[in-house]
Design a protein around this ligand. Structure first.
Ligand SMILES: Cc1ncc(COP(=O)(O)O)c(C=O)c1O
Length: 174
């Protein structure tokens, strides 16, 4: 089951209102938590030997879910000096012919780092060129001081065709 029509419609309205994104109910699935959805998607998309980029520090479960699928977590360090944010050039250098996807998490667990529009657009450009699956974990989107952080699929709609958004009802909202 993928959720009732009323729930999917509410999620559709939320994505438009908060993230300026348009999705049809047929593109929306409710699951038993974001973690369940992420595990399902990772297992569906990736195979043995594929590489999935995980900017680190990252939530521990990302790497575990990628490893369980048979794919290889490719950790890309994002040091304090860069505000714990992924730099476009660092991302470009981390991509190999085996890279199939990336997991973005902004605001981040555990660092709290949030991408601004300019940096996110630069990352989006690299991702469009690389034609990767882009998983956007938005579960902490309300943990910001003002407004909501820009969404990478709003800044770069071409990513939507290979993009998946994860959100959750288990995290604080404002
Ligand atoms: C970044 C991140 N995504 C997803 C989850 C899991 O969300 P859910 O409780 O909806 O499974 C967590 C932690 O609980 C998390 O830190």
């Amino acid at each position: 089951m993928s959720g009732t029509a009323a729930l999917k419609n509410a999620i559709k309205l939320k994505l438009r209102r908060d993230n300026q994104l348009d999705y049809e109910p047929s593109e929306i699935i409710a699951s038993a938590g974001a973690k369940q959805a992420e595990a399902n998607v990772i297992n569906a998309l990736f195979d043995e030997g594929d590489e999935v980029i995980i900017p680190t520090p990252a939530w521990v479960s990302f790497a575990a879910m990628v490893s369980l699928s048979g794919a290889v977590p490719k950790f890309v360090p994002c040091p304090e000096a860069t505000g714990f944010l992924l730099e476009p050039d660092t991302l470009r250098r981390a991509i190999t012919p085996r890279t199939k996807g990336i997991i973005l998490n902004s605001p981040s667990n555990p660092t709290g780092a949030v991408y601004g529009a300019e940096q996110l657009s630069a990352i989006a450009k690299v991702l469009v060129d690389a034609d990767l699956w882009v998983m956007s974990d938005d579960v902490y989107e309300h943990i910001v001081y003002e407004g909501l952080a820009p969404h990478i699929f709003h800044l770069e709609p071409r990513l939507k065709s290979k993009g998946i958004i994860f959100n959750s009802l288990s995290k604080p909202t404002r």
